[in-house]
Design a protein around this ligand. Structure first.
Ligand code: ADP
Length: 285
């Protein structure tokens, strides 16, 4: 559908050029010492430092229970971390009131979930328009953005259809259009291809890749799929609630090996893709 292109890790469109007269433009996402502890001392996420520059496509990977969802929820302002600060586009999320946080999530964050979560009683176009309507951007500008957004995901002719008339892959493409329509600082995608067949998954990944390369969007994607991770600029690996490794320009075979090793052993550490024995003696690979 789309030719694959590797990202530069930086925005390439008008959102590129991270230096202004006022100084450097903030990263799309910054986590400083972000941790999440539940009651009875369950530590879902040990303090994490992470900066995601604009125009980056990042995969978050790890075995079940490693803290991926917790990281995503804290980073997206859906959950309050018990330690540290989260900044989205330079705004410190942790200190916002509930109302301000809701507004930030609606206007500056896009979400794509495993199940597309379209509203069945609304048309495809109305679903894409929803974040704009909630954020007060309607009228001609809103209509044009929805039209362009649907055309971008190859569904320009299906705006009047109901979600039930579309395939699962098409619905997920609508969800991508909905996530991008506000021009958010960052898009969080939680297993966006988890329910799709390989061809439909490829279409969705190509759309996310293009959103980064062509339009300078920033995407953080939780996935357990090495093939999906290979579409990203960088993969971050979690185990036991800690970041235990990073791979730039990940390839599926290498990611698969790392995932298998993380599935076998907890408590490993790795650095720059070169895993090493953790403090507790666990062997990574
Ligand atoms: P992943 O997304 O990688 O499967 P999670 O972030 O869902 O992992 O969970 C990380 C850890 O935190 C797990 O050990 C899980 O059992 C625990 N956890 C998650 N949510 C809660 C909760 N609400 N209360 C207590 N423990 C939780």
């Amino acid at each position: 559908m789309f030719r694959r292109r590797r990202g530069t890790g930086r925005a390439t469109g008008e959102r590129a050029g991270p230096v202004t007269a006022q100084g450097p433009v903030s990263d799309a996402l910054t986590l400083e010492g972000v941790g999440r502890e539940y009651r009875r001392g369950v530590v879902a996420l040990h303090p994490v430092d992470l900066a995601v520059p604009r125009g980056r496509f990042l995969a978050v990977m790890g075995p079940s229970g490693s803290g991926k969802s917790t990281l995503l929820q804290c980073a997206a302002g859906l959950d309050r971390p018990t330690a540290g600060t989260v900044r989205i586009g330079g705004t410190e999320v942790s200190s916002l009131s509930e109302a301000a946080l809701t507004r930030l999530r609606r206007e500056r964050v896009g979400f794509v979930f495993q199940a597309h979560a379209l509203v069945p009683s609304l048309s495809v176009a109305e679903n894409v328009a929803l974040p704009l309507l909630l954020g007060g951007t309607a009228g001609t500008e809103g209509t044009e953005r929805v039209r362009q957004g649907l055309a971008d995901v190859g569904l320009g002719e299906r705006g009047d259809a109901a979600p039930s008339e579309l395939s699962g892959g098409q619905c997920q493409r609508v969800a991508v259009a909905r996530a991008l329509v506000t021009g958010p600082d960052i898009v969080f995608a939680d297993e966006p291809t988890g329910s799709l067949d390989p061809a439909a998954a490829r279409d969705v990944l190509a759309l996310l890749r293009r959103a980064v390369d062509r339009d300078g969007h920033t995407v953080v994607m939780v996935t357990h799929d090495p093939v999906a991770a290979a579409w990203t600029d960088e993969a971050l690996f979690l185990a036991g609630g800690r970041v235990v490794g990073r791979e730039t320009r990940p390839d599926a075979a290498q990611v698969g090996r790392i995932m298998r090793s993380l599935g076998r052993v907890e408590g490993v550490e790795c650095d720059g893709g070169h895993q090493r024995r953790g403090r507790d003696g666990g062997r990574a690979a």
